[in-house]
Design a protein around this ligand. Structure first.
Ligand code: CTP
Ligand SMILES: C[C@](O)(CO)[C@H](O)COP(=O)(O)O
Length: 226
């Protein structure tokens, strides 16, 4: 299974002056933890890291630290996550039939989650890891609640997300032509009318987005490593 890791963001919500994936979490850069989990998943046999050329040197240092046994390619990132994944898809080897896409910022995903997604992708064309939401969610307009959706139908999207490569390429092409702007790949698949299966995600598979997330991630990792 091929794995693409979008890692070309800026981390604006982190308030950092550099890509948040280069920040240290328990002695290793965030991206290193993501790569260690991918390395430990036997289902993954090729890794594409989508990153900005300005981060290449740092990322090569990380690769030297984690010494992966799997082939790795660095791919130029785009201005948005959507554009970065588009670039990643173009850079996949010709024999890539199915691909998992996993945000570098979700550095606590376990090898088991990668395996479960890889396994499920053998029998469907689109899937995402997701967890059912714990909160009561309100739809709000101009500060006033419009509705309270039935929580049993609400799921929080995570990555890995996995797809049949030709279909996902087709969805990205259509999205570019029609100017769709989405925050994940499943949304493109959905908009094109293709089914996307849910694979049970992990509550600890948070996306490190703000400084509080970094503190929570550190707590989870410490517990895990004890
Ligand atoms: N142009 C971009 C933007 C984001 N990403 C990646 O997509 C994932 C999810 O994005 P997010 O958490 O929003 O990361 P940032 O864009 O870095 O954060 P922010 O939105 O706060 O700037 C991250 O692994 C990030 O590196 C990417 O590959 N290319
Ligand atoms: C793909 C994603 O991680 C799913 O939760 C997410 O959508 C990435 O973008 P966001 O804008 O930070 O939500």
């Amino acid at each position: 299974m091929h794995l693409l890791i979008p890692a070309a963001g800026m981390g604006r919500r982190m308030g950092s002056d550099r890509n948040k994936l280069l920040l240290t979490l328990l002695g290793k850069p965030l991206l290193a933890w993501t790569l260690i989990a991918a390395e430990a998943s036997p289902d993954i046999n090729w890794i594409g890291i989508i990153c900005q050329p300005s981060d290449w040197e740092d990322i090569k240092d990380i690769l030297a630290q984690v010494s992966l046994t799997k082939p790795v390619e660095l791919i130029n990132g785009g201005e948005t996550r959507q554009e970065s994944v588009y670039n990643g898809l173009q850079a996949l080897p010709d024999d890539a039939e199915r691909v998992l896409i996993h945000d570098g910022a979700r550095c606590l995903a376990t090898p088991d989650l990668f395996n479960r997604c890889g396994e499920a992708l053998l029998s469907c064309d689109g899937l995402i890891a997701a967890i059912s939401v714990k909160d009561t969610i309100k739809v709000v307009e101009r500060g006033i609640i419009q509705s309270t959706p039935d929580r049993s139908q609400l799921w929080a999207a995570q990555t890995p997300q996995g797809f049949h490569v030709p279909l996902l390429k087709q969805c990205h092409d259509q999205g570019r032509q029609l100017g769709w702007e989405v925050t994940d790949d499943a949304a493109l698949f959905e908009k094109c009318g293709f089914p996307v299966r849910i694979v049970e995600g992990e509550e600890t598979n948070l996306k490190v987005t703000t400084p509080v997330d970094l503190a929570i991630a550190e707590f989870i990792l410490r517990q895990r490593l004890q």
